[in-house]
Design a protein around this ligand. Sequence first.
Ligand SMILES: *Cc1c(COP(=O)(O)O)cnc(C)c1O
Length: 366
Amino acid sequence: MRFNEVLKEIKSYEAGKPIELVVREYGIDEKDIVKLASNENPYGAPPKAIEAVKNSASKLYLYPDDSMYELKEALGKRFGVGMENIIIGSGSDQILEFCARAVLNEKEKVLMSKITFAMYEIYARQMGAKIVRSSCYRHDLDEFYELYKEHSPALIHICTPNNPTGDAIDREYLYSFLERVKEPLVVVDGAYMEYGSYKDAKKAIDAAELIQKFENVIYLGTFSKAYGLGGARVGYGIASKEIIKELYKLRPPFNVTTLSLAAAKEALKDKKFVKDSVAKNFKQMDRFVNFALSNSIKHIDSYTNFITYLFDEPLNSTDIAERLLKKGVIVRDLASYGLNAIRITIGTKEQNDIFFKRFEEILNGY
Ligand SMILES: *Cc1c(COP(=O)(O)O)cnc(C)c1O
């Protein structure tokens, strides 16, 4: 078979390990497993969203509403943009894919931070594009600007707050960069914006203002994190109608299911659920910061629902992640990003109690 050449360069995405796998491989009881690996909302899905899914189940024989009118209208109201400024995807991941396909090919380049969301690279490689990375894990936009002048990328990825590091950039800093970069498509990925803007208003990026000021920018949001709908696969892009029109040409029909549309629409209404989830997140986050400080473990100040612990020898992230797994605690090893670090999703109080207990046992064994 003659596979596409570009596939040689691609390592497929490695998702956080599912609970089922740990049950199968380690024979641990499902109730004893704590999954803190994929930045899901540990407080579950909003109850009204669950109800909406049940109520829509009888419509499963019909194709979904391909115009996604109701969810688009609700998102438009929430963000203060027109429906023509919105595209909805099977996760914001699908919109990342549309962006890559819209502007990249073998001759083009894409610019991103040294350590950022792994899918940016995968979608770029699928298009055969070249990847240019900044040298620092933080989004150093002065360096981004130098690299932009040197390489003229067709696509730039800015992830704020950033996954898997958890740090975020100030709105003004982002704007001063965007004012100088008018030509490429710039993706501002706000998957964790509900968390970042709660912790520090300076990090808040308003999608309507962003696209009004900058015609070449698309803002991405998702229902998978603070909204508690990781299993529904719904995300959205907000941009000028010219950008949205082009992305629509790449969209498969009925790309979001009836059940997911219903769930997202209800989740969007439940502002209290999101607010409470975010507030509880940062209350629990304090425990992770304190634990790190009292155990001399370095961490990155986080604006998200996860925290990154950075280790020094002899502590080894891969080994620690494996030992945690054998004790039923799933975290994300960041060795594949070139870091001796683990990323831990902030869980509920009870989940975190278990994490600290298990992690302490491991630290004591070193
Ligand atoms: C989780 C995540 C997404 C997208 O998630 P979907 O579930 O596909 O909506 C996008 N960007 C970042 C940085 C993420 O962490």
